[in-house]
Write a protein of this length. Structure first.
Length: 413
């Protein structure tokens, strides 16, 4: 088996073990278990919470003491073991801690998989810029296929979704030990402070007004990044309570419908070079923000059939633009405006503010406000839930357009 095929399989399984339950855990917690939105918001926030510290810790371990592929495999095996425990939990409080433990094991493997891929390709004299992106695309494909399996086995409404992910995690964990060796590089300066080792020296960027504003908006928009992943499947599945829509294709196959969002990601990634060259980084980030307004707005008026289904499909189409344009253009902004000495740390800070702190606040706050203002007598007012998210995104976009100043420069030729 060639190096590229082996890394492609790793990438495929890396996101398969996540996609089997990430989009459907909301259906499991809210619909199957009957837990409230505040409880589920806390549970989903564990993804972001673990992202705040685990990637840095495992990065240090892989840099100094342990082969990256072995650490990667060990974490996936532990992740699989914890997932087997998940179906046994009936208390939302205990569920929080178990999912948190699973995320402590899983979230750092995302960056580890990238590190392994880069190292193996470089050691075998491959062009990383050319070869790695197609390999990474198969990660999204793995995520989508896992969603389809969960959907067509009707595991989105029961605990089987966690068993599917656990089995795949064990396979990936064992497989990881067969990957080419990625020994520690001892790249960390022994004289570096703990702040430098953890990449915290990048926090000095907050002294610069423009960078501080960028990171602040990254946090606010980051609060919206996971909302449709949290609630989208539960929203569509809720129509099963209505006799008119109970047997509709969209209701019966809610996870499949939501998987179109991930397919959209693959397609929009290919358009990013054109948009960046034509409009520049700020405008692309603005396009992303207004795409979030459309994403939520279409869902607000979406229904399982007729014109309402068209709106849901349109929402899934614009998701790729909303998610990819912000993450990639934001990463490029950091890449082109920070000093090379702290560039990696700055990228980590960007991810911490958007997918870490922002996503954490979004999970917690959305669960609280939905439970307090949008649930009456056990019935969720999904129309106004999505509208509230759309208005939030619109306010962020307008403020970003007014206050964030950045000159258009051609980034990609």
């Amino acid at each position: 088996m060639s190096i590229k095929v082996r890394l492609t399989l790793m990438s495929f399984l890396q996101f398969f073990v996540w996609g089997a339950w990430l989009i459907t855990i909301g259906t499991y917690c809210l619909n199957a278990k009957g837990w409230g939105f505040p409880e589920f918001g806390a549970i989903f926030s564990t993804l972001a919470l673990s992202s705040l510290f685990m990637p840095a810790i495992t990065g240090i371990i892989a840099d100094k003491w342990m082969n990256a592929e072995k650490l990667y495999g060990l974490l996936h095996i532990l992740y699989g073991i914890i997932l087997l425990i998940v179906p046994q939990i009936d208390s939302p409080d205990m569920f929080f801690y178990v999912i948190f433990a699973a995320m402590i094991c899983y979230m750092p493997t995302i960056s580890l998989s990238n590190s392994i891929g880069y190292t193996v390709l470089k050691n075998n004299n491959f062009d990383v810029v050319k070869i790695f992106p197609p390999i990474r695309v198969f990660g999204t494909i793995g995520f989508v296929i896992a969603m389809w399996i969960t959907n067509f086995t009707h595991s989105n409404v029961n605990a089987n979704q966690f068993y599917i992910a656990a089995v795949a995690a064990f396979i990936l964990g064992v497989y990881s030990f067969s990957l080419p060796k990625c020994p520690p590089q001892r790249s960390i300066d022994e004289n570096a402070t703990i702040f430098q080792k953890l990449g915290l020296d990048a926090f000095k960027l907050f002294v610069d007004y423009k960078m501080a504003l960028f990171f602040l908006f990254s946090m606010f928009l980051g609060a919206a990044l996971q909302l449709t992943n949290m609630y989208g499947d539960a929203f569509l599945n809720s129509f099963s309570e209505n006799p008119i829509y109970k047997n509709s294709f969209a209701t019966q196959n809610s996870t499949f419908i939501m998987s179109l969002s991930q397919i959209s990601e693959i397609l929009f990634i290919l358009t990013i070079p054109f948009f960046l060259k034509r409009f520049g980084i700020k405008q692309v980030m603005l396009i992303s923000m207004f795409a979030w307004v459309l994403r939520f707005g279409f869902l607000a008026f979406g229904m399982p059939d007729g014109f309402g289904l068209i709106l849901i499909l349109l929402s899934n189409i614009v998701y790729g633009m909303a998610f990819d344009f912000f993450n990639i253009s934001g990463s490029l902004f950091v890449e082109t405006t920070t000093d090379t000495k702290i560039r990696s740390s700055a990228q980590g800070l960007f991810m911490m503010m958007s997918n870490g702190l922002g996503a954490y606040l979004g999970s917690k706050a959305s669960g609280y406000f939905i439970g307090k203002y949008f649930v009456k007598e056990g019935v969720s007012d999904w129309h106004n839930i999505w509208l509230a998210f759309a208005v939030y995104s619109l306010v962020i976009a307008i403020l970003f357009a007014i206050f964030f100043k950045h000159k258009h420069e051609t980034i990609i030729e």
